[in-house]
Write a protein that binds this ligand. Sequence first.
Ligand code: PMP
Ligand code: GLU
Length: 394
Amino acid sequence: MNQLSDRINNLSTSATLAMAAKARELRAEGKDIIGLSLGEPDFNTPDFIKDAAIEAINQNYNSYSPVDGYVELKQAIITKFKRDNNLNYSPSQIVVSTGAKQSLYNVASVMLNDGDEVILPCPYWVSYNDIVKLNGGVPVEVQTSIENDFKMTADQLEAAITPKTKMIWYSSPCNPSGSVYSREELRALADVLKKHPNIYVVSDEIYEHINFKGGHFSMAEFEDMFNRTVTVNGVSKAFAMTGWRIGYIGAPDWIARACNKMQGQVTSGANCIAQRAVITALEASPDKIKFMVDEFKERRQLILGLLNEIDGIKTNEPEGAFYVFPNVASYFGKTIKGKKINNATDFSLLLLEEALVATVTGEAFGNPECIRLSYAASQDNIIEAIKRIKIALS
Ligand code: PMP
Ligand code: GLU
């Protein structure tokens, strides 16, 4: 008998991690799966960061750190926010967590009461929906279009607001669409929020450095939004440090204090060795990671060019992160290799079974017409994967 809580029974499994696990399983059975499902840089963590971690071990960093992070790390984060984002946070406004995912969870848990609505422009990052629900919130999905580069407009935001709206969560550069909101587009959203002073924003900027057009802008840079925005960031993507599990927020004092209190009961703070290494990572010039960004940019052109050779797949040009999010709805209703394709999930499964390529269904991101392909994979793998997809579909 299932004795689990309703909370966990109602929680979906992370589709990105589930697909990665499925690909691993099939590989163990001897299948030659190409994984384009997980958003995880395929680079090693740079040596200068690894060296800092080794030094921290040798210096006997082995005790609990302050729950909200080492003072020196918070200082490095403050300097980074000033240097890269023109944001002036004080130490009491910074909380270091076990990955940006935990940062997001903290914010949901300290901000949401049952029934509070959270506006999620679609496509949104896979975990937003479930993190909100797990904390009693109600996700309100706002559909965007590929023609508008999957961005929410001011009118759409206005129309989605109700007396129950508590927050808006978005990522820019966006996972899964790669879209980057410009200063003007964010200003238009902020102008709507002027009329609704009790709505808060979560601006997830974890892909900040993986931006091919330049000009990253943070919502909190607007003076009238600084005290209403939680800026989320982390080192997983920019520094190829997914497994090190360090993320952080810059937030109004009262929200940061609450996240600190929450963490004090749940984790006692993030891993101390990883925190010491992240000081070195954040203090380094962003030039040190430019080689990865350059490589992602080349791969973006490669994968877009190859996908556009396939009939019925519609793409736009992502401006950041390392994903493409093509619309595959023209295949719905068709039967391919004896399998009826009713939706994006069927399509993604077809690619796994017939092309041995792992992708993620757009349904997990609130968009039922698209699939997500991560190009955090070698150029050879990208070429081979799209070749196989093309063959399976033809
Ligand atoms: N936000 C977005 C948009 C992401 O893609 C991810 C992926 N990992 C996270 C947050 C969580 O990152 P972390 O590894 O720091 O938990
Ligand atoms: N954020 C990555 C992704 O979207 C990693 C997986 C996860 O954290 O869910 O694929």
